[in-house]
Design a protein around this ligand. Sequence first.
Ligand code: PMP
Length: 419
Amino acid sequence: MNAEELRSLESQLSEQFDAIKQRGLNLDLTRGKPSTDQLNLSNGLLADISEKALKDPNLRNYGGLLGIPEARDLFSQVIGVKPEETLVGGNSSLTLMYFAAHFAMHLGVDGPDSAWMKEGSIKMLAPVPGYDRHFSVSETLGIELIPVALMDDGPDMDEVERLVKADPKIKGIWCVPRFSNPTGHVYSDAVVERFAQLGKIAGPNFRIFWDNAYALHFLSENAPQLGNIMDACRKAGTEDSVYIFGSTSKITFAGAGVAFMGMSERNLANFSKHLGMTQIGPDKINQLRHVAFFRTYDNLVAHMKQHADMLKPRFDAVLRGLENGLSGTGAGEWITPEGGYFISFNTLPGLATEVVAMAADAGVKLTPAGATYPYGKDPDNKNIRIAPSVPSVADIEAATDVFVTCVKLATVRHWLKSA
Ligand code: PMP
């Protein structure tokens, strides 16, 4: 388009944008949380479990730091470890991740001499774009974050290997290996194998933070599977190099689910020693509720199919809107995820902040630009995370139309500047 054509398009889009503002929309695509319909799938958890709970007097009492055996058995299958390698805790895996990083930093992953802080300034690798709360954990603990590009099959492993070999003060890496937050990528088998080798080439006391938060959160049943990191590590003799996390936050109730962790028995002994300083035991009644509700792993997977049936039309609504509005325009690119809670969108470099601000002005809240990068700084200012799980399909369609208009308008203004 020549400058004249761009100016005419700009005024058309500006009019559209002003018309949208008049509608006074109030839509929110910010955080990945289940809709009320999804929460309703788990209302069976509110059933009376008194008969089961009263059978074992210990259940209502203190103790059982590692979780009840039935829950360790069930949730070990979600994260692909043995029941004896599983700890079932409270309602939040983020808490377990924070504890894991805090213990590693101050108390040691394997005895007091292994405390990371003894080596001075410590670093962790952060595949980007990634999950903001992972980054906040490291930032809060004074652990420097080094971004590494996330590719279609997982983090850039050449770069990961080069960095950990070169710098023994890199002590860990954050991962969301299946349906990554926000891109939806699934790490390939080859990448999982290379992760299993990291413990051999990294400095001492290195830990992979393998946050399998979306282990079962497929949108279609033939979505790619994830290789088993613990099996791969066992084969490589590096089973102490990985902490695996998961939870039912987006399986049952986001605020009242069950979180779990998988790790070698040696790591479990060390971790639970420190965990035991923070609590006497977890909420075993909630664990029992979950076990009584699901009974088997197959039932858990069937339950996730129902979640997928509710989520898929919402994701499709965003993807349809992007495709219809932006395909072939060169104004942005996005990834079609096969699971997880997000759609990751890239504007042209430099425009994400402006698009998010324009959308807010037009009544559509989006996660702040930059949130998917350490320190909230996206060097290209282009990534925007769209979380469509909560609004209705009609609202998502409306919000996507607004988003598309904002992207087009910001892009045309940008092109005009250089025309
Ligand atoms: N990990 C990832 C990758 C997430 O996206 C989220 C929630 N958005 C969490 C962890 C939080 O998990 P929990 O509710 O178990 O603390």
